[in-house]
Design a protein around this ligand. Structure first.
Ligand code: NAD
Length: 477
């Protein structure tokens, strides 16, 4: 049941005073749910100065104490999880149930706990008679975390959890579309963290740009579009900040011949439609062998036509609206273009205005050419194009013929054949018989224009550290 008083109490802690700030709408109903503070570049400069001043003491606390505090921060998130999930559901649009808002809160505390307890040991490079050389990892300093609007809480934790664990302090800027839920989660974490170790700053794009160019920012964790990633590379030319860039994707799935469609249909569906398709590593193009094509298309259309969609606070729904008008327009444009090119809309293919302004029916598009914009561009919404192929080599060639490479998947009843085929995909991750599953100890990152740098696990801790070689006399000395 919705406990609006707990959500209001969270909002009261972070929102701008009445008559100021920017109104943030409920993604489903478009009612105003709160006022985001609009902080300025001067506010950002002050936040970075405070984070810089707080860093040495945070580093000096040592791993065991930091770990304890981060575990307490994870407990604080759990204690507020339902209210945060409701705020997230309203602001982002994702339903409470299904792999959505409550799932996202569960992932936040689980990731943070893993970050808090993962150990990054020094690496002994040479240990002989004449030389003992080690690589040790030290905090980078102040990390600037810039996040997107699709999984705003979980991605913020991905950025700040490892950073804090390694002894960095953090200034985090949520997307201007989803600031309230992120600021509320940071406020909850700050109940237990020392002052100025983790500072949230809510502002527009110029605040993001200033983070990237600020002389006292040592590392930038960025998740968002490839276009913005390119701007951050340019902005960071002056401060030489180290970058982790998790950018856009256009993940392909390939269903190999001989696969049982009924065994994979449900997982194919969620691989593409999780968070109403607004997921970086969702399956955005599906290549299906001719021999199974009609069966796979029908199975997916059957699920898409019946999946409960609507206001996220309704416990029955598992898909919601697009988060914002800009994204709604992208999805509509790409589907209309597919129609104009003669592709077959098997189900959906239109908005669902009776549900609200930003709802779009789950859409399956068949008999579509590989060069259609819906295949070649990132739709980031509930519309899956399914491309027919007859030659497996050609399917891999088409899957790889894009300039991005975040995730990919291969589907087969023969796991050996799938494993062999998997590495032909040009992507940071390739899944077998699933798409998009992540684990806090398994590194995640893109290739090509999907960015560079790894998150999660030990590799993720290295990404927010600076290596130092300690070189001394060997055993003989
Ligand atoms: P976006 O690039 O528009 O915005 C992301 C963030 O960057 C926002 O906080 C924004 O305010 C900030 N920003 C904007 N201009 C900036 C600038 N010049 N300098 C610094 N910061 C700036 O992305 P979005 O629309 O919020 O997110 C959707 C995109 O993100 C999709 O392409 C999606 O695939 C990608 N994404 C990738 C991953 C991943 O892990 N690879 C995860 C989620 C989303």
């Amino acid at each position: 049941m919705t406990d609006t008083s707990a959500v209001s109490a969270l909002l009261d802690r972070i929102q701008a005073p009445e008559g100021s700030g920017r109104d943030i709408p409920d993604a489903a109903t478009r009612e105003i749910i709160g006022r985001a503070p609009v902080q300025t570049v001067a506010d950002l400069d002050d936040a970075i100065a405070r984070a810089k001043a707080a860093q040495p003491a945070w580093e000096a606390l040592g791993h065991a104490k930091r770990s304890e505090l981060l575990l307490a921060a994870a407990d604080a998130i759990d204690a507020n999880a339902e209210a945060l999930a409701q705020l997230l559901s309203r602001e982002q649009g994702k339903p409470l149930n299904g792999p959505n808002a409550r799932f996202e809160l569960g992932a936040c505390s689980a990731w943070l706990r893993t970050n808090a307890t993962t150990v990054l040991e020094p690496e002994v490079l040479v240990d002989d008679e004449s030389l003992h050389a080690e690589l040790v990892y030290k905090p980078a300093g102040v990390v600037g975390a810039i996040g997107p609007w699709n999984w705003p809480l979980m991605i913020t934790i991905w950025q700040i959890g490892p950073s804090l664990r390694m002894g960095n302090t953090v200034v985090a800027k949520p997307s201007e579309y989803t600031p309230l839920s992120v600021l509320a989660m940071l406020a909850v974490m700050n109940e237990v963290l020392p002052a100025d170790v983790l500072i949230g700053i809510s502002g527009d794009r110029e605040v993001g740009a200033r983070i990237a160019s600020h002389p006292d920012i040592d590392k930038i964790m960025f998740t968002g579009s490839t276009a913005t990633g390119r701007k951050i590379i340019e902005s960071s030319a002056g401060n030489l900040a180290r970058l982790t860039l998790e950018l856009g994707g256009n993940d392909a799935g390939i269903v190999l011949p001989g696969t049982d469609p009924s065994a994979i249909a449900e997982d194919l569906f969620w691989g593409a439609f999780i968070n109403t398709g607004q997921t970086c590593a969702a399956m955005k193009r599906l290549y299906v062998h001719d021999s199974l094509y009609d069966e796979v298309v029908d199975a997916l259309a059957g699920i898409a036509a019946n999946v409960p969609i609507g206001n996220g606070l309704d416990e029955n729904n598992v898909l919601g609206p697009l988060q914002n008008k800009q994204q709604f327009d992208i999805v509509s444009r790409l589907v209309e273009d597919a129609k104009a090119r003669g592709a077959r809309i098997v189900t959906g293919g239109e908005a669902a205005p009776e549900l609200g302004e930003l709802f779009y029916r789950p859409t399956i598009v068949a008999d579509i050419d590989n060069d259609a914009a819906l295949v070649q561009e990132e739709q980031f919404g509930p519309a899956l194009p399914i491309i027919r192929y007859s030659d497996v080599d050609e399917a891999f060639a088409l899957a790889n013929a894009v300039d991005v490479g975040l995730g990919a998947s291969v589907w087969s009843s023969d796991p050996e054949a799938a494993r062999e085929a998997a590495t032909r995909m040009q992507s940071g991750t390739v899944w077998i018989n699933s798409h998009g599953g992540l684990h806090p100890m398994v590194p995640f990152g893109g290739v090509k224009s999907s960015g560079y740098g790894l998150e999660f696990g030990v590799a993720g801790l290295k990404s927010v550290a600076v290596p130092q070689v300690v070189s001394g006399p060997g055993r003989k000395a």
